[in-house]
Write a protein that binds this ligand. Sequence first.
Ligand SMILES: Cc1ncc(COP(=O)(O)O)c(C=O)c1O
Length: 679
Amino acid sequence: MSFTGVIVQARMGSSRLPSKVLMEADGKKLLSYTIERLKNSKKIDNIIVATTDTNKDEAIEKFCIDNKIDFFRGDENDVLDRFYNASKKFNFKNIIRITADCPLIDYKIVDDVIDLFKSGKYDYVSNVDPPSFPDGLDVEIFSFDALEDAFNNAKLISEREHVTPYIRNNKKFKKTNLNNNRDLSNLRWTVDEKEDFDYISKILKSVNSKNYYCGLNEIIDLINEESDLNPENSKFFRNEGYIKSLLNDMKSKYQNSFALLNIAKKIIPSASQTYSKSYKYFVEGAAPAFIDRGLNAHVWDVDGNEFIDFSLGLGAITLGYNIPGQNEAIINQLQKGISFSLSNKIEIDVAQKIIDLYPSAEMVRFVKNGSDATTACIRLARAHTGKNVVAHCGYHGWQEWYIGKTDNDRGIPQTVKDLTQSFNYNDIDSLDKIFKNFKNDVAAVILEPIGLDYPKNDFLQKVKELTHKNNAILIFDEVVSGFRIDIGGAQSYFDVVPDLTAIGKGMSNGTSVSAITGRADLMKIIDEGAFISMTFGGETLALASASYTIDILSDKNNFQSIIDKGSMYLDGAKKIIKNKNLEDVALCPGYPTHCGIIFKPHNDLSPLELLSVFQQSLIADGFLTTGINNFCLTHTEDDINKYLTAIDKALDSVKYVCEKNSIKEVLAGELIRPIFKRN
Ligand SMILES: Cc1ncc(COP(=O)(O)O)c(C=O)c1O
């Protein structure tokens, strides 16, 4: 019985360099080099070639027969099947996987991997996870049992095509890695392209001229001694084939999403109703584009893939999806009617709840989106002061007075743009400058009282004093922070009360309603010629939903439980970043219920490249995020623990690309598109 056997995987049909394994370098076929170099090992019981059962691989069979090498022919694409059946036929207990395009394979490294494998009860040992040897000296060894498990359970195309991903990615297998004493993974000694072949041929010629065995160290010496062995072909990246098959996996995993996206791109600008929900802000090709349904904090895409959602409808979801009590409240209202010809009592009910919770709230008016609410506040401030200029800090929606200030400003007259001036968070002087430049013409100061940064040095209090000193109106845009940092918003949390407040997103757990609230004298201007009105302002389903949501969030234990889950995540993520020494690359700004991981540029890599690599990994593992996280009542501790495990893995990918100074080996889809400049 044969115990430790090498399976050399070989085929003629390589797309980049057909027939490469039987190409001759310095008078000998590449496959002969691979096998002869392996034969030096005393720890290998047998070496076989596993090729496909297609006609074109008759040539490999003939080569094996001519050279008295055992062979096996099996499935062309399901290489896992080929390995499994070959191992069974030859009674291999331990299998070493070598690819035939590695004619510089070093038997000494193979022996080291075998020794390591046998030193513990390992299921799998390799020298590629992470790689530190030149690409082309890859060795993997695994037990027949692990192979059989993978054969029975691996489903993805990449898992079948590349034999070991199922074992490598599955925690149930005991694994370790052989590391080289220095990182040589940037060297490319494999043959995928014509340029590789030319380069490796030169090395083989030099190796053949020596009368001693040339392993890794000897070849490095040759390269150092002989100038024309410079690694001129390293422009090709490691594992290109693996990334291609990952993309193929995505094609089947997200096939319904991609089909819908193709249609949507033709009939819906950005294929989405909301800027940040567009396919453009996810790794296109490696992410779903359409969600079908949700339950608690989990969602399912149109292909049935499940995700734990940390974007939560861009912060609109505070309880979770498909919440029975909310459904009931909406259905009860639905059975009475949706929009009427006069007002409905529920408007009073929800208005009173907001007045009870928000220190600035004396009267309330409902609108539909955050943009409606912020714009209404600006109008009231201008009407009250008779002044024109708005000083702003943050994002406030799609209306002209604000978006004209960004570089997404087409279609907005210059005169409108000139009336809005930006100041910086935690920089009171930048606001003071606006008051000085626009003496007596600043109507309003509007800001997000907290974005991802906390106020420092009494910033909010100072903004209030400066604004009032200049007879302007202070508006807090609490479209995000309302019902998130605190049930009573940032104004309660920081104890700074503005004149007017815009609330939106989280107040109704996903239905469309927002609110303007504040001083009664200002709110009453709506009756005195400042026109703020819309057909659906009092639409009752959204208000029934808001009424229920506010009640649930008003329970202190409920709100605290959202904060606890967010804190658990935030503390965990910061710890992972610290342990990985990534503090110069990744930051976790924000507060527990709304916080992000943001990336800083690293060498040649942009924040967007790092975010793309990070997000791709999370989505592949079943977590939906844009990089900004929101938490909701139905997130569980188990959800957070799983998320942290996935964050750990995603940050390993980030660390890897930082070390390589390239995302080429890792990013399977399109880079996330940059968002527009806001100030
Ligand atoms: C702080 C802030 N204000 C206003 C808005 C605009 O809200 P909406 O998109 O509902 O119009 C947003 C939206 O993201 C926001 O984050």
